[in-house]
Design a protein around this ligand. Structure first.
Ligand code: APR
Ligand code: ZN
Ligand code: ZN
Length: 364
């Protein structure tokens, strides 16, 4: 089968012909219908997120079940599914505490580029190829831990709802699950790519007001306004914290960082009102340090990470599909272009330039 493989950091993905093994116990084989291209894929190319190579990237996918391994009861061939980023092993301490977004197996699927058992189902000329987040959706087919797959209705377009696999769950979940933003609360969203625009939509759904979107790219600010932002700020027009304070007076109750830039994380802290919460969604290099003004602690400000929107996928993915159906979650405008697998490197180039929101790879 055809797959886009990262062989070396900072080089283009190469289309290779890979062998794929059948699903083992607790695993499911899917035909990938569509995959979004996310900044975290680019972060692996750049070595900001480290995984072993070679690897098949892609982790924002929807598809159709082709075969199920032993013991898999919640899925059958033909089912439409969204792939999520947590194996939801159900056995580790975090899963048992109903925090599957922190499932300990994620260390293997994300960091070691393998299935939860530490091995991979992909081969190239006999040699193992790693799997990213155990999804590896820049490929025609994939074998995925059954716990990571959520069945959805057959009548929703897979090349749209694939965004729920990462950006939407991450962004909307950061607002509704992690921060639990209240109606009428003031919100700033710094960075308006696929993840940030999902945060903007989550804030609108929560009834937040104002919703202040920050992005240097005009197209993104316009998109953010059309998806629910009440104000849009260009960082090039002056100090971001001051610009946000000009809108709100005392600062915002919630500030979301959706870039992965530690300097911007400090801006998220700086623009909070007393008792405000900075929610960090972007992923930076793990050893980078954030510089925060200690005075904010006397205002009882807080800062916290948000991992995968604190999502419980079997609960949240169907809810998000429902919101999409009702028109409350607008996914189409977030898709800038639909491309073929061979164009994946062009999508990374566009993303590096800040152009467009999501590119979606379609497999026909
Ligand atoms: N201030 C505000 N916005 C910025 C800044 C800045 N200093 N620098 C970049 N941006 C904007 C870009 O213009 C772009 O619109 O941030 C946005 C980032 O969007 P994408 O590259 O599409 O990234 P996305 O896929 O949304 O992921 C964002 O979340 O899951 C993590 O690893 C992911 O860290 C990444 C973050
Ligand atoms: Zn992602
Ligand atoms: Zn677990």
């Amino acid at each position: 089968m055809k797959a886009a493989v990262l062989h070396h950091n900072d080089t283009p993905l190469r289309i290779d012909d890979l062998e794929i093994e059948p699903p083992k116990a607790g695993e499911v084989a899917i035909r990938v219908a569509a995959s979004g291209v996310c900044h975290s894929d680019l972060s692996v190319v750049r070595g900001i997120v480290q995984t072993p190579l070679p690897i098949v990237l892609g982790h924002e996918a929807a598809g159709i079940v082709e075969a199920v391994g032993e013991g898999v009861t919640h899925l059958r061939p033909g089912d439409h599914v969204i792939a999520t980023l947590t194996p939801c092993c159900g056995e580790c301490p975090m899963c048992r505490e109903e925090k599957p977004f922190l499932c300990e197996k994620t260390r293997l699927t994300m960091g070691q580029g393998a299935m939860p058992d530490g091995t991979t189902r992909l081969r190239h000329a006999g040699a193992a190829v790693h799997q990213f987040c155990a999804v590896s959706s820049f490929a025609e087919r994939s074998v995925i831990p059954a716990g990571a797959l959520v069945k959805i209705d057959d009548d929703v377009p897979l090349d749209v709802v694939c965004l729920i696999g990462c950006a939407v769950t991450t962004g909307v979940g950061a607002v509704l699950n992690t921060a639990k933003v209240e109606r009428g609360a003031s919100v700033a969203v710094i960075g308006c790519g696929g993840v940030g625009l999902s945060i903007v939509q989550g804030a609108r759904i929560a009834g937040a007001d104002p919703i202040i979107a920050v992005d240097p790219v005009e197209e993104k600010r316009t998109l953010a306004r059309s998806l629910g932002a009440t104000h849009a700020i260009d960082p090039a027009a002056g100090d971001v914290v001051k610009q946000i304070r000009r809108v709100t007076g005392s600062g915002v109750a919630y500030a979301f960082e959706a870039i992965g830039n530690v300097e911007v994380m400090a801006q998220a802290w700086g623009c909070l009102r007393p008792s405000g919460v900075a929610v960090i969604v972007g992923v930076s290099r793990p050893n980078e340090e954030i510089k925060l003004r200690a005075g904010g602690l006397l205002q009882q400000k807080a800062i916290m990470g948000s991992v995968y929107g604190s999502a419980v996928p079997q609960r949240d993915v169907p809810r998000l599909v429902d919101l999409y159906r009702k028109g409350e979650l607008r996914l189409e405008p977030m898709i800038t272009r639909r491309i073929r697998l061979e164009q994946v490197n062009e999508a990374f180039d566009a993303m590096s330039r800040g152009e467009g929101a999501r590119s979606v790879i379609r497999f026909d």
